[in-house]
Design a protein around this ligand. Structure first.
Ligand SMILES: Cc1cc2nc3c(=O)[nH]c(=O)nc-3n(C[C@H](O)[C@H](O)[C@H](O)COP(=O)(O)O)c2cc1C
Length: 202
């Protein structure tokens, strides 16, 4: 993976930050409206790109969701210019991370037809303090389950409405040990999210 400062998912702390280090557009690079700050140039066509922040929060007991998260992170690293990716286990993530994010990816196993306890706990801890500060945040999710996954999707989609987040991709649901197809879909999810953030589609 080109341009990563640190290998993903390495730390016992659960905090891993990746910065995609392709050079930022300089004077003369034109970015889509709304994603940049205008330079003081009489032609009004020159822009500088603002680094976008992508937060990936996940939990995993046996490693399935973590494998999906790694594929998502790899996809994000491949496709994005000027996107900083922060990958955190849910128990290491908090309000500051959520407020930092311009885009959010959540990965959860389905447990008892719902989100994992750790992902739910992240949401419980951030919901009130983040309220009205994360409205419109682009988000998407991926789920690892044995044979279902729909309960986790329903739960998070409902919670996301409460936060006022804006869903930008359909959930990826993987059954059992993640296979090549599930990993491909997760990679594409990461690519799409990072690319959308990087060029200002979201
Ligand atoms: C406590 C518990 C509850 C579970 N409940 C469900 C469930 O409701 N539906 C389902 O399809 N799988 C269920 N599973 C299976 C997990 O979702 C599945 O093994 C998943 O791949 C685990 O991901 P992880 O290794 O990232 O934790 C459950 C597993 C555990 C441990």
């Amino acid at each position: 993976m080109r341009g990563l400062h640190a290998p993903p998912f390495s730390g016992a702390t659960g905090r891993t930050e990746l910065t995609i280090t392709r050079p930022a557009p300089t004077r003369g690079a034109l970015c889509p409206a709304g994603t940049e700050s205008r330079l003081n140039d009489p032609r009004g066509l020159l822009y500088t790109a603002r680094m976008k922040h992508l937060l990936l929060v996940y939990s995993s007991q046996s490693g399935h969701t973590e494998a999906l998260a790694q594929a998502v992170a790899a996809g994000a690293a491949e496709s994005a210019d000027d996107v900083e990716l922060r990958c955190l286990r849910a128990d290491a993530a908090g309000l500051e991370d959520l407020l930092w994010a311009n885009g959010l990816l959540i990965g959860t196993p389905e447990n008892f037809g719902y989100l994992s306890g750790l992902v739910k706990d992240f949401l419980d801890r951030t919901y009130y303090p983040a309220q009205s500060k994360v409205t419109g945040l682009p988000w998407a999710m991926f789920v690892s389950a044995d044979n279902d996954g729909s309960g986790a999707v329903r739960a998070l989609e409902r919670i996301a409405l409460g936060y006022g987040w804006s869903k930008v991709a359909e959930p990826v649901i993987s059954h059992g040990v993640p296979d090549a197809e599930a990993l491909r879909q997760c990679r594409e999810l990461g690519q799409a999210m990072a690319a959308g953030l990087g060029c200002g589609i979201f």
